[in-house]
Design a protein around this ligand. Structure first.
Ligand code: SAH
Length: 273
């Protein structure tokens, strides 16, 4: 009897320990799988600020933002202009923007900007697929501006989004954030369409950001990358990984897995809404 009880207790304890281990590993996989990323993620959620500047400063202190250029660009873009609930604007979390979409968490936008940075020079052409709120279009635009470089005037950011209501809303957001002139001059364009096909008529692009997870790498987007060019794209259905796709001067393409994530799927419009 005694031994069966202790065995029972021992079994229960082992079961609880195993459950805890499985839960921790699964939780890590769900949020950001690799241990270093899990560490970054823990720090990421602590980046929430009470103002836009505080949010960006916290990401810089946590080494999610590592460059002065990204710090400055993200400080110029007020996240409150791109969310439905301004009271949550400076939280480091994704937030619903309607139509089955979310504005990504600030730390994911920061990772994307840091990753694409070598390709974000004045005069560059950049495509943001699944542009949603328009927030990253604004950050990318700011990154292509350097008051001392006349090529800044040639910089172009294209957003493509398949929900027309989000296209209209994002253009209003960008205007509220002081980018009306850039829109009127055609330096920022947000187009309604299927982002999986890209926007071949405006390419090739020095940098492509994809804000939704593609089940497989969309060939038209790889095609539309400039030589050289870089794409930041989450790929996968259940488990998703951000891939860095580099195309070199000769057109040679390489893939580098960066981090494990959970994004809204890059899909058909009627499957999303
Ligand atoms: N990066 C944006 C939005 C992220 S949510 C932001 O932070 O605001 C992903 C977006 O991709 C959603 O707005 C969704 O409507 C869009 N999307 C999903 N599938 C798409 C497709 N096939 N073509 C264009 N946009 C798509």
């Amino acid at each position: 009897m005694t031994s069966s009880i202790s065995l029972h207790h021992y079994g229960r304890h082992t079961f609880l320990v195993l459950t805890f281990i499985v839960f921790s590993v699964t939780a890590r996989r769900l949020v950001n799988l690799k241990p270093p990323c899990f560490f970054i993620l823990n720090m990421a959620w602590r980046c929430t600020g009470t103002t836009n500047t505080e949010l960006i400063d916290n990401m810089a202190k946590s080494k999610i933002i590592n460059s002065e250029r990204v710090t400055k660009a993200m400080t110029r873009v007020d996240r409150a202009c791109y969310v439905r609930q301004p009271s949550a604007a400076y939280e480091d979390s994704p937030q619903p923007i309607g139509h089955g979409a979310t504005i990504s968490a600030p730390h994911m936008h920061a990772h994307a900007a840091e990753n694409l940075l070598p390709f974000l020079k004045p005069g560059a052409r950049v495509l943001d697929v699944g542009s949603g709120s328009g927030y990253l279009c604004a950050v990318l635009y700011q990154l292509l501006q350097d008051p001392g470089d006349p090529r800044s005037a040639e910089s172009k950011v294209f957003g493509i989004e398949h929900i027309p209501e989000l296209v209209d809303w994002s253009l209003g957001n960008l205007r509220r954030d002081g980018l009306g002139e850039a829109i009127d001059q055609g330096k920022i364009k947000v187009i309604s369409g299927d982002g999986r096909k890209g926007l071949p008529e405006e390419g090739p692009y020095d940098a492509i950001h994809v804000g939704a997870a593609a089940p497989t790498l969309p060939a038209p987007l790889v095609e539309q990358l400039a030589r050289p060019g870089r794409m930041f794209i989450p790929v996968g259905s259940h488990m998703q990984q951000v891939l860095q796709i580099d195309k070199d001067e000769n057109g040679q393409v390489t893939e580098t897995p960066l981090l494990d994530v959970m994004y809204v799927p890059l899909t058909d419009r009627d499957k999303q809404v």
